[in-house]
Design a protein around this ligand. Structure first.
Ligand code: NAD
Ligand code: ZN
Length: 360
């Protein structure tokens, strides 16, 4: 047995208002006056001076506002890298991602591609990155994906939706300031929060489970149940706890794997552009046969918060489209193996997957 030697985020700040320390934290990392910090910021904050006024720019530092309406693509990463290279005198001192999983994944990928040749799509997979990334910092503004702590950056490329999984992917610094999540709309809060809940269920019921993953998974699961099922938490408590649930959920899958909901949601996302959080919810809602307890609790959470999920999103798909989705999903072998064991191909056939997708 060869155990994985897993890199972790070396530095983290946790605290309400800690975003104001960003400048002090990154200043010592400045390489020269010609090597700027590039802030990749979710477009949703463009006119939000409460947040943007606390980003202190010096020399050639730059804020780039980026929409999170679509999930990150490899070509978007390549374009960002090119525009950064063309507009800076020296390689940047660092990339700071401010936003949800979309912006955090972009920040990770850009920081890798600034020091590695070729195109982002060349690095989709496991351990293909040759050179360390430049300094990169995460400031999550919505909680659930675990992207702030994970070893991957999920990108949709010309051929596949697959992460750049590498030892150079994790952030060098994370700032966990729950106050930044205070204005997340309820539906989005639920979808991204459920991403965390589903990470826990898939990790804790998977065949890859081990004490490391279990300890983080159980903690995150308990936090999610408290946040989404009880009434006794203050808003601030709920925001802080969800931030920690996201972290623990991410740590849990770091040393195990996700499962059926993720494998199928990747198919939806590849074909229909369905975003990760809502896609996971749409799929998970129909997975009683794989996760009976988890789905029951999920439905109770959904009811409690009056969340209506889209239905019939696969109703008008052609055979060819179903096949594309099914192939993307089946290609995620580790996810299926974690969920159902080594002989998963006996139960998960294209026909079986089609019948599941047809319910969605
Ligand atoms: P997101 O970044 O896509 O954002 C969702 C929506 O919330 C956007 O409209 C965004 O503008 C808005 N938003 C974010 N913060 C807000 C705030 N404070 N106030 C108001 N609105 C706010 O959402 P997400 O669910 O965090 O991320 C999904 C992405 O994360 C997907 O691309 C998925 O592939 C990726 N992901 C990555 C990992 C990983 O380990 N790298 C894990 C899971 C998911
Ligand atoms: Zn996820």
């Amino acid at each position: 047995m060869n155990y994985r030697n897993f890199p972790m985020v070396p530095r983290v700040v946790f605290g309400r208002g800690s975003f104001s320390q960003l400048n002090d934290i990154i200043t010592p990392k400045r390489k020269s006056i010609n090597a700027p910090f590039i802030f990749l910021v979710d477009d949703v904050f463009r006119n939000n001076t409460w947040l943007t006024s606390r980003i202190a720019l010096a020399y050639d530092d730059r804020v780039m506002f980026i929409s999170a309406d679509q999930e990150p693509t490899t070509s978007q990463v390549d374009d960002l890298v090119e525009s950064i290279i063309l507009s800076t005198k020296e390689r940047p001192s660092g990339i700071i991602g401010i936003g949800g999983g979309t912006l955090l994944d972009l920040a990770k990928a850009v920081s890798i591609m600034l020091t590695n040749k070729g195109e982002a799509k060349d690095y989709q997979g496991w351990d293909l990155v040759k050179n360390p990334a430049i300094y990169h910092v995460a400031v999550p503004t919505i909680s659930g994906t675990g992207a702030e702590v994970s070893r991957t950056t999920v990108l949709t490329g010309p051929e596949r939706k697959l992460g750049i999984n590498s030892d150079y992917t994790p952030f060098d610094q994370v700032i966990l300031d729950s106050e930044l999540t205070k204005d997340v709309p309820t539906n989005q809060w639920f979808y991204t929060g459920m991403d965390c809940y589903i990470h826990c269920v898939e990790s804790l019921t998977g065949t890859y489970l081990n004490a490391f993953s279990q300890s983080y998974g159980e903690m995150a699961l308990q936090l999610c149940e408290e946040i989404f099922l009880t009434d006794n938490l203050s808003k601030v408590d709920a925001q802080e706890k969800l931030m920690m649930a996201s972290w623990h959920g991410g740590m849990s899958i770091a040393y195990s794997q996700v499962g059926v909901a993720h494998a199928m949601s990747y198919g939806l996302s590849y074909l229909l552009g369905t975003k990760h959080g809502i896609g996971n919810c749409i799929v998970f809602n129909h997975l009683e046969e794989f996760y009976p307890e988890g789905v029951k609790t999920f439905k109770a959470m959904k009811k409690k918060h009056n969340i209506l999920l889209p239905e019939g999103i696969c109703a008008n798909l052609s055979d060819k489209e179903f096949d594309i989705m099914i192939n993307v999903s089946l290609s995620l072998e580790p996810l299926w193996e974690n969920a159902l064991g080594k002989h998963w191909k006996k139960t998960i056939t294209p026909k079986k997957l089609r019948s599941l997708y047809e319910k969605m």
